[in-house]
Structure formats: C-alpha cells, structure tokens
Design a binder for this molecule. Structure first.
Ligand SMILES: NC(=O)c1ccc[n+]([C@@H]2O[C@H](COP(=O)([O-])OP(=O)(O)OC[C@H]3O[C@@H](n4cnc5c(N)ncnc54)[C@H](O)[C@@H]3O)[C@@H](O)[C@H]2O)c1
Length: 248
C-alpha cells in the first residue's frame, strides 16, 4: 500500500472534535490528507485540529443548518483548496424513550442532525466534487439502522435513512467519478456512551459476539479503506464494523 495514500487530498470530517470522528481525522491526516474538522463544538474542533497538527483545521458548523454547512464548506475550499473526501460522522443518540412516550422535538432533533445533516453535507460536497468529477463520501450509519433498537426509534430510523441515502446517492453519481459508502458500527467506546443508561450499554455490549466494545481506531481503519483508492470497486454499500453482530 502507498505509504501516504491520501497525499494531495482534502478531507472534511464532521463531528470530529472527539470520539470516532476524531480518530478518523487523525488517521486521514496520518495518511497524508489535509483535514478539516467541522463540529458544533467550535473550541473542541480547534483544539483537536491543533492536537493533530500539520495542516489540520477546525471550524464551527452545525450540520443540521444549511447556511452553517455551506459557510463551513466554502471556508474549507478556500483554506485547503477543494473538497475530495467527506466523512459524515456528526451524530447524536437522543433519549432512551419508547415510541409511546417520545416527544416530537426529540424525534426532530435526532433526524435533523443524523439524517438531514448527512444530506446537507453531502449536497455541499457535491458542489465541489461534481465539477472535478471525483470524490468520495463515507457516512456513519449504525447496526441500529439495520436491526432497530428498542427505545431508540429516532436514532435507529435516522441510521436506516443514512444507509438508504448512501445507496440512492451512489446510484446518482455512478458516472461522475464519485463513490458513496457507509459503515455500520456496533457499540464503540466514545463519549456518546455517556449519554446512554449503563443498562443499555451493558445490553448492547452483550449482543456483540466478539464480547467487547469497538475502538474508534477500528472504525477509522475501515473508513480509510473506503475513502482511499484501495476500494475503487466499492460504492453504494454499508460496511459492517460490529464485532460480528450484523447478520447481513
Ligand atoms: N459510539 C458508538 O457506539 C456508535 C455506534 C454506531 C454509530 N455511531 C455513530 O458514529 C458517529 C460518531 O459517534 P461518537 O460515538 O464518536 O459520538 P460523540 O458523541 O463522541 O461525538 C459526536 C461529535 O459530533 C458533534 N456534533 C453533535 N451534533 C452536531 C451538529 N449538529 N453539527 C456538528 N457536529 C455535531 C459533537 O460535538 C461531537 O464532537 C455518530 O454518527 C454515531 O451515531 C457511534
């Protein structure tokens, strides 16, 4: 494999101030990409960018707001010189609530960030990728989007939406030199778990045949494969990173 497979590429990773996104940003930068971290946590984005170093930049952006996304992508294109790779990673888990008690606002918030955010950022990226007839988009879905987890309807539905959005967009841009894929992790050890009840974390960990939580670096390694030229015949797919939990 090329020692710097992403040299000369400009990558945007959303929600990369911490967690899986941070590990992805770190790995893409290590493989030669110029990386822009977009996060609603502006201080965190800048801090993480400084820690990764090199040409990494950190910018404030709310992926659920079109104006904020467009502003941030324009800034990235201006500062880095273009957009070749987009990783739609920003996401929230929402509350642990059965559908019968779910508030409309809770539904909207999770769908806005996880699914609409993926759409808005992908659309913004296409404005740069289509004219150059090249680019790669990879989004974070979840095993929840394949199986549905009780008391996590907005999250599970948003991630099922990310999987279907991936397949749809991949078909639209097949002839444009742009590949679109997503990954479906099971439970990964990040700060997102702090927003979940411990009983739920234990229950979901017990469902993983490998018997442990995944590590952010393990997801980042799969993403690297999907955004690099090592996967040029793969598009419109959802790749499993679930420790054996996924059955399809
Ligand atoms: N950790 C897991 O177990 C797991 C499993 C499957 C999928 N995922 C998915 O992986 C992605 C990353 O998860 P994580 O565990 O690293 O989460 P995390 O909570 O550790 O990090 C999420 C990041 O997204 C940012 N963010 C939240 N709302 C945003 C918005 N509106 N605009 C921009 N940034 C925003 C946060 O500030 C944070 O930096 C998410 O899409 C999540 O659904 C996580």
């Amino acid at each position: 494999m090329d020692p710097q497979p992403l040299k000369g590429k400009n990558a945007i990773v959303t929600g990369a101030a911490r967690g899986i996104g941070r590990a992805i940003a770190q790995r893409l930068a290590a493989e030669g990409a110029q990386v822009a971290i977009l996060d609603i946590d502006a201080d965190g984005a800048q801090r993480t960018a400084a820690e990764i170093g090199g040409s990494t930049i950190g910018l404030a952006a709310d992926v659920a707001q079109a104006a904020s996304v467009d502003r941030a992508f324009a800034q990235v294109a201006d500062q880095l010189g273009g957009v070749d790779i987009l990783v739609n990673n920003a996401g929230i888990v929402g509350t642990d609530t059965p559908v019968k008690d779910l508030a409309e606002d809770d539904w909207d918030r999770v769908l806005d960030i996880n699914l609409k955010g993926t759409f808005l950022c992908s659309q913004a990226a296409l404005r740069y990728m289509l004219p150059q007839q090249s680019g790669v988009i990879c989004s974070l879905a979840s095993i929840s989007g394949k199986e549905g987890n009780a008391n996590m309807a907005p999250y599970s539905v948003s991630k099922a939406g990310v999987i279907c959005f991936t397949k749809t967009l991949a078909k639209e841009v097949l002839d444009c030199g742009i590949r679109v894929n997503c990954v479906a992790p099971a439970l990964i050890d990040t700060p997102i778990l702090q927003g979940m009840d411990q009983d739920r974390v234990d229950f979901l960990t017990a469902k993983i045949p490998l018997g442990r939580l995944g590590r952010p670096e393990e997801v980042a390694a799969t993403i690297l494969f999907l955004v690099s030229d090592e996967s040029t015949f793969a598009t419109g797919q959802c790749f499993d990173v679930s420790g054996g939990r996924a059955t399809y």
